[in-house]
Design a protein around this ligand. Structure first.
Ligand SMILES: NC(=O)c1ccc[n+]([C@@H]2O[C@H](COP(=O)([O-])OP(=O)(O)OC[C@H]3O[C@@H](n4cnc5c(N)ncnc54)[C@H](O)[C@@H]3O)[C@@H](O)[C@H]2O)c1
Length: 387
């Protein structure tokens, strides 16, 4: 009740200090945390109060003591965090056991992915919370600043994982990415030259591999040609070029995205026969259906499977394996927005900043983001009606 009362006050007086709560993530295998001790210190500097659920940071390497040193208070249970906080900072969407903890007018700043969960959408409408989704915060150039850090992590990790599964005992061809003196390096093919593809290509090139990036965007290929090292070639993506390249590739990274659509299958099942045995496919685009037809989502516990002698790695939450890096990368991007929300109150912060405004999805029982209303055939309200 205290939190709710303060929240209403925060809306009226935008410069009111805010109570921020950080629960421990309870989704299976989620080790990231929404705020680091450095983030706590920033909130404190701005006059806010931060409550962290005990052990919330442990999976990412941050102890309760570090949070306390930075100025946070530790609460023993998730119920207490939700009960006291005006703004909840999280990583993953709330799961069913958290729904009833959410209060009317409570601000939730986290990944939601509403279009993939109807129960979550209805629950948040019913709870009358203010749901600001990381994934739809959008800059004027249409880039998604709170998704980019995870793509950077996944892109870099794709090469690390690919290199591992190219080892013979792991099912691969037994080829070292960089080769050695007198022995040619491996050939790495990167499908899609966006955030994931660029980071993957850089890592592979750094290890000495022969890298080819394919994309359908000529401006993007021009840019990559300019900035990439000499062991990276850029090639237009089309069926003919893909077919030719896969015959001689040791490691193939799937990094294609068509916003809002399923990824196209650039490698079909019948094309696997044209690859050499022990070739490794890392389909990072698996969360959008994958750009390799035979791709099926896998987990960190059981990351690979083999079809026609070709090793498939299709883990849908790759950044989850490196929570320390992922937490820092994510919070570096979220903290400036979270501070604006706390300093100004969500209404003024969203009015002043179009990027944040685009993050509003479900607000006090109304859907204000078209992608969410379209996904479930529900009524769309204008953002102005809630601001
Ligand atoms: N598995 C994971 O853990 C994980 C983590 C982060 C991101 N992802 C996924 O990785 C994928 C890529 O993300 P991103 O941030 O790099 O996207 P992005 O938008 O930055 O890049 C996608 C690129 O694909 C290109 N493209 C589109 N159609 C193509 C085609 N037919 N052939 C070649 N290129 C084509 C686009 O021109 C663009 O350059 C997304 O599906 C994203 O959701 C997965």
């Amino acid at each position: 009740m205290i939190g709710l009362a303060n929240n209403r006050k925060a809306e009226i007086n935008p410069h009111n200090p805010m109570i921020i709560g950080v629960p421990k993530e309870i989704k299976n295998n989620e080790n990231r945390v929404a705020l680091t001790p450095a983030g706590v210190a920033e909130f404190k500097k701005n006059g806010h109060t931060v409550y962290i659920q005990t052990q919330a940071g442990l999976g990412s390497g941050f102890s309760d003591e570090e949070y306390v040193k930075a100025g946070a208070s530790i609460l023993p249970t998730i119920e207490e965090v939700y009960a006291i906080a005006e703004m909840i900072c999280k990583v993953k969407e709330p799961i069913a056991s958290e729904y009833n903890l959410i209060k009317e007018n409570q601000l939730l700043f986290t990944y939601f992915h509403f279009a993939s969960s109807e129960p979550l959408t209805h629950a948040m409408i019913e709870r009358k919370a203010i749901c600001l989704a990381y994934e739809t915060v959008e800059k004027t150039d249409r880039s998604l600043p709170l998704l980019i850090p995870m793509s950077e992590v996944a892109g870099r990790m794709a090469i690390q994982e690919g290199a591992k599964y190219l080892e013979k005992p792991m099912g691969g061809r037994g080829i070292l990415l960089g080769g050695v003196a007198g022995v040619k390096p491996a050939n790495v093919l990167v499908l899609g030259g966006g955030i994931v593809g660029t980071q993957a290509a850089k890592m592979a090139a750094g290890l000495g591999a022969n890298v080819t990036i394919m994309d359908i965007s000529l401006p993007r290929l021009r840019y990559l040609e300019d900035v990439m090292p000499v062991n990276v070639d850029t090639v237009m993506s089309n069926e003919y070029n893909v077919r030719e390249a896969i015959k001689v590739s040791d490691l193939i990274i799937g990094a294609v995205l068509i916003p809002g659509a399923k990824a196209p299958h650039l490698i079909t099942r019948e094309m696997l026969k044209e690859m050499r045995e022990g070739t490794v496919l890392v389909d990072v685009a698996v969360d959008q259906g994958g750009c390799i037809e035979t791709c099926q989502p896998t987990t960190h516990e059981n990351p690979t499977f083999v079809i026609d002698g070709v090793v498939h790695y299709c883990v849908a939450n790759m950044p989850g394996a490196v929570p320390y890096t992922s937490t820092l990368a994510l919070t570096n991007a979220t903290l400036p927005y979270a501070l604006q929300l706390a300093n100004k109150g969500w209404k003024k912060a969203c009015t002043d900043n179009e990027e944040l405004k685009k993050g509003l999805n479900v607000v006090t029982g109304k859907i204000v983001y078209k992608g969410v209303s379209d996904a479930w055939g529900l009524t769309l309200s204008s953002i102005e009606s809630v601001l």
